[in-house]
Ligand binder design. Structure first.
Ligand code: NAD
Length: 427
C-alpha cells in the first residue's frame, strides 16, 4: 500500500490532540452564536463510540487481535459520514475529535450528513493484501449494526483506499443479502464509486483559493503560489491553479521541494500516486526545504501535506497574504492567533478541502439512484456547492469581526444547533 501523507499529524512541540483542538474550536464558535448551552454541551461529546476487537488470522496461521473504533459525533442533519483509517496511532479520542470536524465540514457544505470517524490500530504496511482484506471484512462485520446508507457511511482515509471500501461494501452486502453500494463512498467507479472523487479535495482547494484571491482583489494571473505536498490534494490543486493562470513557484513532497520564480510546469512533475516522492528528482528550478517553502515570499500558501506544519515557531515568518488549508489541521491554534494578529487570511480546511466529502455525497446519491454521473456533471455540481458554501462563510466573515476559520465554524455550528433546537431533545 502506498505511503500515506497523513503519517505525521502532530509534533512533539505541539502536542494538541485532535479532540482538544475540536473542542477549542467549538467553544470559540459558540461564543459568536446564539446557541443554547445545553446544545454546546451535547456537541462536545460523541453520540456513540463503538470499540471492538478484530481477530485476524495472519498468513502464517497465527491469530492476532486488533482494536477498532467508530466514533459517531452527531447525526441531527443526516446519517454519520467520515473516514476509516488504518494507522498504529489511531485512538478513541482522535476518532472523536476527527468525527467532530466532520460534523462541521458537512454542515458548512450544507450536506445532509453528520460527523463520524473510525479506524483500526494497525500498520497496513505490515500486513499483506490478503490480511488487509480479511481485517477489513471482519471489521465490516463487527460494525454491521452501526453502519448503513441511512446510518453511517465510511470512506477512505489514512492507510485505506478504494479497494478497502470495495471489500467493506462486499462484506456488508453479503450479510444483508443484497448489494448495498451506498454503505461506503470512495469506491472504484466500476462498483458504484463516483468519477471525480479522487481529484475533488484538490479541486475544492483550487476553487476556494480562486475565490479568496478574488475577494482580496488579487487576480490569479498576478498571483504566486507555493504548495506543500504534491499528493492527491496538493497536485490537483497546484495543476488547476496553474491552468487558471496562477504562477505556481514552488511545490514539495516529504523530501523537499523545487522552486522557480517564473513558475513551474506542474503537469510535468509527478504527483504522489504517479511516482511517489519524485518532486526533488524533477529537472526544474532550484531545490528548497519544506521549511523554506512555507516561508517563501508568495501571495498564496497552500499547505496540503500533513497537520501542524504552521506553528508558533514559523507563523511570524510566513510571508504569504493568504493561506489555504489543503491538509487537515495544518495550522496549530498558536499559529492561528499569530496569523489573526498579522491579518494573514487563513481559509480553513473544513471548507477548503471539503470537495472530498461533497463528491462522496454525490457518490451516495448516485448509489441510491443507481445512476452514474459524468465527470463533467460532478465538476459542475462541485463548483456550485463550493461557491454556495464560500458565499455563506464570506457573509459571516463580513458581518462579524472574526477570522475565516471562525466564520466557517459559525456557519457549521449554527446549522447543527438550529437543527437540534428544531428537533428538540428526546424524550
Ligand atoms: P497523498 O498521500 O496523496 O500525498 C501527500 C503528499 O505530501 C506527498 O507528496 C508526500 O510526499 C507529502 N508529504 C508527506 N509528509 C510530508 C511532510 N512531513 N512534509 C512535506 N510533505 C509531506 O495525501 P493527500 O490525500 O493529498 O492528503 C494530504 C492532506 O490532505 C492530508 O492532511 C489529508 O488528511 C488531507 N485531505 C485529504 C483528502 C483526500 O481525500 N485525499 C481529503 C481531505 C483532506
Amino acid at each position: 500500500m502506498a505511503k500515506s501523507a497523513h503519517e505525521e499529524t502532530t509534533t512533539d512541540r505541539d502536542p494538541e490532540t485532535a479532540l482538544e483542538t475540536a473542542r477549542h474550536q467549538l467553544e470559540r464558535a459558540a461564543a459568536h452564536v446564539d446557541v443554547d448551552e445545553g446544545v454546546v454541551e451535547r456537541l462536545k461529546h460523541p453520540t456513540k463510540v463503538l470499540s471492538g476487537s478484530i481477530p485476524l488470522e495472519r498468513d502464517d496461521g497465527t491469530v492476532e487481535v486488533f482494536t477498532g473504533y467508530r466514533a459517531q459525533h452527531d447525526d441531527v442533519r443526516g446519517p454519520y459520514k467520515g473516514g476509516l483509517r488504518y494507522h498504529p496511532d489511531v485512538t478513541e479520542d482522535e476518532c472523536v475529535g476527527l468525527a467532530m470536524w466532520m460534523t462541521w465540514k458537512c454542515a458548512v457544505m450544507d450536506l445532509p450528513f453528520g460527523g463520524a470517524k473510525g479506524g483500526i490500530v494497525a500498520d497496513p504496511k505490515e500486513l499483506s493484501e490478503d490480511e488487509r482484506e480479511r481485517l477489513t471484512r471482519r471489521f465490516a462485520e463487527e460494525m454491521r449494526d452501526f453502519v448503513g446508507p441511512t446510518r453511517d457511511i465510511p470512506a477512505p482515509d489514512m492507510g485505506t483506499d478504494a479497494q478497502t471500501m470495495a471489500w467493506f461494501m462486499d462484506a456488508y452486502s453479503m450479510q444483508e443479502g443484497e448489494t448495498v453500494p451506498g454503505v461506503v463512498t470512495g469506491k472504484p467507479p466500476l462498483i458504484g464509486g463516483s468519477y471525480g472523487r479522487e481529484e475533488a479535495p484538490g479541486r475544492s482547494v483550487a476553487i476556494v483559493t480562486r475565490e479568496a484571491a478574488n475577494y482580496y482583489d488579487l487576480s490569479l494571473d498576478d498571483a504566486t503560489v507555493a504548495v506543500q505536498g504534491f499528493g492527491s490534494v496538493g497536485a490537483n490543486a497546484a495543476r488547476l491553479l496553474d491552468e487558471w493562470g496562477a504562477t505556481v513557484v514552488a511545490v514539495s513532497d516529504i523530501n523537499g521541494g523545487v522552486y522557480d520564480p517564473d513558475g513551474l510546469a506542474t503537469r510535468e512533475i509527478s504527483a504522489h500516486d504517479e511516482q511517489p516522492e519524485a518532486v526533488m528528482g524533477t529537472d526544474a528550478g532550484s531545490t528548497l526545504t519544506n521549511a523554506e517553502l512555507l516561508e517563501l515570499d508568495v501571495d498564496i500558501l497552500v499547505p496540503a501535506a500533513v497537520g501542524n506544519v504552521l506553528t508558533e515557531d514559523n507563523a511570524a515568518a510566513v510571508q504569504a497574504d493568504i493561506v489555504v488549508e489543503g491538509a487537515n489541521g495544518p495550522t496549530t491554534t498558536a499559529a492561528d492567533r499569530i496569523f489573526a494578529e498579522r491579518e494573514v487570511a487563513v481559509i480553513p480546511d473544513i471548507i477548503a478541502n471539503a470537495g472530498g466529502v461533497t463528491v462522496s455525497y454525490f457518490e451516495w446519491l448516485q448509489d441510491i439512484n443507481r445512476r452514474q454521473w459524468t465527470v463533467e456533471r460532478v465538476r459542475e455540481e462541485l463548483e456550485s456547492e463550493m461557491l454556495s458554501a464560500w458565499d455563506d462563510v464570506r457573509r459571516e466573515f463580513e458581518a462579524r469581526d472574526v477570522t475565516w476559520r471562525d466564520a466557517a465554524y459559525i456557519v457549521g455550528l449554527s446549522r447543527v444547533a438550529e437543527a437540534k433546537s428544531t428537533r428538540g431533545l428526546w424524550p
